[in-house]
Design a protein around this ligand. Structure first.
Ligand code: 5GP
Length: 117
């Protein structure tokens, strides 16, 4: 296993309060924060508190978290004025562009989004 996977991730540090963030939601299972480098007017990150590297290694017992992610995404999309159109996505693995190895979902909207590439 690579060293980066053993270190406390940036998102774990944010969850633990070791690093600052612009938090827009928190409950016992998830936090949601503003992305530090937004690609659209609305770019939020919905982050399960449990340390799971990516969607690819989620275990069956963790799958209810996905339900919670969708529910929180729907609420945040309304609150941030993008309920008419947004993307909810997760990058799994370096080939997909994952850079932080702690499961998270991008909620992106607020402009006309181009085709997926
Ligand atoms: P990934 O590339 O892993 O799918 O997404 C990681 C996201 O985390 C990127 O969009 C990046 O801008 C964001 N990010 C990286 N470091 C920080 C940070 O310290 N704070 C916040 N709020 N976002 C971060």
């Amino acid at each position: 296993m690579q060293k980066k996977h053993l270190e406390k991730s940036i998102f774990k540090k944010i969850i633990d309060g070791d690093l600052p963030s612009e938090k827009v939601f928190e409950n016992d299972q998830l936090i949601a924060i503003k992305d530090i480098a937004p690609v659209a007017p609305v770019h939020l990150l919905i982050i399960p508190k449990k340390c799971i590297e990516s969607i690819q290694v989620m275990q069956p017992e963790d799958l209810p978290l996905l339900q919670e992610v969708v529910s929180v995404a729907q609420t945040l999309a309304k609150e941030h004025g993008v309920a008419n159109g947004y993307r909810l996505l997760t990058n799994s693995g370096t080939d997909a562009g994952q850079t932080v190895f702690h499961l998270h979902f991008h909620l992106i909207g607020g402009k006309i989004l181009g085709p997926m590439g």
